[in-house]
Design a protein around this ligand. Structure first.
Ligand SMILES: Nc1ncnc2c1ncn2[C@@H]1O[C@H](COP(=O)(O)OP(=O)(O)O)[C@@H](O)[C@H]1O
Ligand SMILES: CC(=O)N[C@@H](CCC(=O)OP(=O)(O)O)C(=O)O
Length: 262
C-alpha cells in the first residue's frame, strides 16, 4: 500500500500538479493521497486581509484562519484534486479527518505559543482504520485534506506531513506501507538551492548531523521528524522525492532520498 503526500508548491503549479496526478492515478494497488496547501491558504488569506502567521512551520490558526483553511483545504484544494483524479481514471473520495471520524485530534495545548485551532493527533489509535478499509474495499482512493476534528464539533488545522505519517503508521498494522513525501525539490539536498545535490540515503544518525550542520532546516525538519516517526512505528519504507519521481519509486532509476533508521 502506498501513502503519498503532495506539498503546497506543487499544488500551486497547474502543470506539475496535472503530471503528478496522472502518475498517482497509475500507481497499482490500494493507495491514499494527502495534500497540503499552505501556500494557497496564505495567498487566499492575504486577498481577504488575513495575514499568515507561522511558527516552526505551523500556522497559528485563530478563528478566522480556521474558517479560511477549512474553505481552502477542505473545499477548493480537496475538491479540485478529486475532480482532476476522476478525470484521469482514479475513483477518488475527498475527505477531512472529520469525515467518517477518520482522524480525531486535540487542540494543541498552549505553552509559550498559542497555536489556536491547530490539532495534534495522539497516535494511530486516533485513526478510524475500519472506515479506511471500507473505502479501499469499495475501490475508492481516499484523498485527505490537512484537517482533523476534536470530536466535540470543531475542525482543527493539522500539518499535512503529520497526517500522512499517522495514516501510514495506522495502516502499517495491517499492510506493508510505503510512505512517499513528494514535493517540489528532487529530494533532501546537501544544498537546498542545488537540485543536483540529492542525498540518496539518510539514517537517523545522519539526520541528526544534517540538522546540526543546518543542511536540513525550515519545513524539512518537521517533514523528516514525521518521516522518521513513521519508520519507528512500523512503516516499511519512507521516500522523499520530487513530484515527477512517483512512477520511478520502485525502480532502479529512482533518484530521490530514501530514509532508514540504521
Ligand atoms: N536540505 C534540504 N533539502 C531540500 N529542501 C530543504 C532542505 N532544507 C530545507 N528545505 C526546505 O524545505 C522545504 C520543504 O518543506 P515544506 O515547504 O514544508 O514542504 P511541503 O510543501 O512539501 O509541505 C523546501 O521547499 C526547502 O525550502
Ligand atoms: C497546523 C498547520 O500548520 N497546518 C498546515 C496545513 C497545510 C500544510 O501542511 O500544507 P503544506 O504541506 O503545503 O505545507 C498549514 O496551515 O500550513
Amino acid at each position: 500500500m502506498v501513502i503519498v503526500k503532495i506539498g503546497g508548491n506543487v499544488l500551486d503549479n497547474p502543470d506539475r500538479l496535472h503530471g503528478f496526478l496522472v502518475d498517482f492515478a497509475q500507481l497499482p494497488g490500494p493507495k491514499l493521497l494527502v495534500h497540503g496547501g499552505g501556500k494557497i491558504a496564505s495567498a487566499m488569506g492575504q486577498r481577504l486581509g488575513i495575514n499568515p502567521k507561522m511558527v516552526d512551520g505551523r500556522r497559528i490558526t485563530d478563528a478566522e484562519t480556521l474558517d479560511l483553511v477549512t474553505m481552502v483545504y477542505g473545499g477548493l484544494v480537496n475538491k479540485q484534486v478529486v475532480a482532476k483524479l476522476q478525470a484521469v481514471g482514479c475513483n477518488a473520495i475527498g475527505l477531512t479527518g472529520a469525515d467518517a471520524n477518520c482522524i480525531a485530534a486535540h487542540k494543541r495545548p498552549v505553552r509559550e505559543i498559542d497555536y489556536g485551532y491547530a490539532g495534534d493527533v495522539a497516535g494511530s489509535q486516533s485513526i478510524n482504520i475500519q472506515a479506511l478499509e471500507a473505502f479501499f474495499a469499495a475501490g475508492l482512493t481516499p484523498v485527505f485534506a490537512p484537517l482533523t476534528h476534536d470530536t466535540k464539533g470543531s475542525i482543527l488545522n493539522t500539518n499535512a506531513d503529520t497526517i500522512a505519517s499517522v495514516l501510514a503508521t495506522a495502516l502499517a498494522a495491517r499492510h506493508t506501507v510505503q510512505l512517499v513525501y513528494s514535493f517540489e525539490k528532487k529530494g533532501v539536498l546537501q544544498d537546498a538551492t542545488d537540485d543536483n545535490s540529492v542525498i540518496p540515503d539518510i539514517n537517523l544518525h545522519k539526520y541528526n548531523e544534517l540538522k546540526a550542520q543546518g543542511v536540513v532546516h525550515a519545513g524539512m525538519i518537521p517533514k523528516l521528524d514525521n518521516a522518521f516517526g513513521a519508520l519507528k512505528q512500523g512503516v516499511a519504507e519512507v521516500l522523499i522525492c520530487e513530484a515527477e519521481a512517483l512512477t520511478s519509486i520502485n525502480t532502479a532509476s529512482y533518484s530521490g532520498t530514501t530514509l532508514s533508521l540504521n
